[in-house]
Design a protein around this ligand. Sequence first.
Ligand code: 6R9
Length: 654
Amino acid sequence: MSETLANLLQETRQFPPPAELAAAANLTAEAYDEAAADRLAFWERQARRLHWSKEWDQVLDWSNPPFAKWFVGGQLNVAYNCLDRHVEAGYGDRVAIHWEGEPGDTRTITYAELLALTCQAANALTALGVTAGDRVAIYLPMIPEAVVAMLACARIGATHSVVFGGFSTDALTNRIQDANAKLVITADGGYRRGKATALKATVDEAVSRCPSVERVLVVRRTGQEVSWSERDVWWHDTVETASTEHTAEAFDAEHPLYILYTSGTTAKPKGILHTSGGYLTQVAFTHHAVFDLKPETDVYWCTADIGWVTGHSYIVYGPLANGATQLMYEGTPDTPHRGRFWELVQKYKVTILYTAPTLIRTMMKWGEDIPKGYDLSSLRLLGSVGEPINPEAWIWYRENIGRGRCPIVDTWWQTETGAIMISPLPGVTATKPGSAMRPLPGVSAEVVDDQANPVPNGGGGFLVLTEPWPSMLRTIWGDDQRFIDTYWSRFDGLYFAGDGAKKDDDGDVWLLGRVDDVMLVSGHNISTTEVESALVSHPSVAEAAVVGATDPTTGQAIVAFTIPRGHVDTSGDAGTALIAELREHVSKTLGPIAKPRQIMLVPELPKTRSGKIMRRLLRDVAENRSLGDVTTLQDSSVMELISAGMRAGKSDED
Ligand code: 6R9
């Protein structure tokens, strides 16, 4: 029998939950049993965390798969659940958002204030002709108005489509056109890396190609010069002069809440559609369960941008549905200095931090002396999302940020799943560095081989979801067939996530990267993640990206791009010696089959705007092809540096 995916990496360290946290945890091990006993009854109980204007008649309608309906017949208002009910319960004075601008300006917004702002925006949107079912594009920096705009749409039943503020005119144009948006909400600009960047100019250009757009609503953030047309209105002239009273109307549980385009690198972006009742149920439940949120005392910080699903589910809808107090930061981690994030944790006494492996590995590269300079004793729980977290990065995070005290929750999920699916429970799970561990209560996942048979413990294969879940995508906007083809056709009746995974000897799940990236070396399927983790486990390495390049003898050969840690000397002979040592290190850690043919030492890696490594571009470099489309790249000069290094032969090869 041929293997689906080799299982090379062995990791035996394990960390039980801190006793104090476990004793007061929001969820105990019983939650798994309760959900297993009756999954739908479990989700029904979670739905009761919300306020429903009308109770549902049926928990799940799965009579027409893969088109699910959750909480059929139920009605609720998503914004009411995130705002009004907390104010009505007496928590109006609780801070919802501590906001910090990149230049250092701050705002503190209570739940009562956030409600008033959202009511004003809802009234203004209505006055601009937006009604339930219309699409609204939101193209804003990380300012509180972004949250207000999303909630105002939800309040009046308009479907928002948030487009990341770093995207180009073309990306914005395509997304506005695909959704036929009637209104665009933007700002003059925003602050990033110490500079005021322009947004309005991009919108002007995009909108000239988007006949569906009737009005453009503009927040003044930087005060920079903008051109103006009849279709434009200022936020401060409309929203801030509108009434602060607005009665929220209830909408159907399956009313569309938002479209979010996945950052496809080649094909046309997919408009992932999420609806209301099931989505809000699962984001609220998971935020409560996975982050162990205590709304009275915690200060929660998710460092994602609002333009990604993590910002939607774990800055806006989950935390606000749970009445959390959170920090929101406009800028980048290195402005004005590399300690900015830790300075913010210290200043706001952040207790729960949710960030991405890319950020952790960047911090590793900058060195542990930077976080050492700050008081991080307020932290009690750390989270990770976006990519597999290499065991050494996990340990670095635990030691240098969590100071050995805080549990780490490595949360696997996707834009399509809407909410966290596989993750430790912080008061229950003994975590393993690099593993997302088990599906959450109420979630059914499996690792299967190419015949859809579950792999045994110790085996690798494809990650699938075997039962519908409340926050699942409902379709791809305007393209049901593509929804079926992309996610439901590879394995009959199963949702195929596109990720490789393995089960260890205890049955715990380890994510191994996108299956498109798996390398085929001398007949063995080797995951990029495992080789990258082996490289990162060397003390001189901060970050690594691995690709398979065509090879005349082995089919594909492993080529690794490696970023050294800050203190490491890579000049001349020292660099050559390090490369030889790293190849040996991988061979020893994973076996000779995984020994890279080539290792390049590079200063940066090509990443998407959400921080995921773009291996496709590195494959082009490794195979000496001209570079494909680099427009979704975070920093396009990175590729020139890497290609130049490759040409100069700064690598080692047998
Ligand atoms: C939330 C988000 C989804 C893809 C997903 C997987 C990767 C996310 C991960 C992870 C390993 C984790 N991914 N979390 N891989 N461990 N904890 O990132 O959504 O932008 O749609 O990306 O990200 O490959 O399939 P999205």
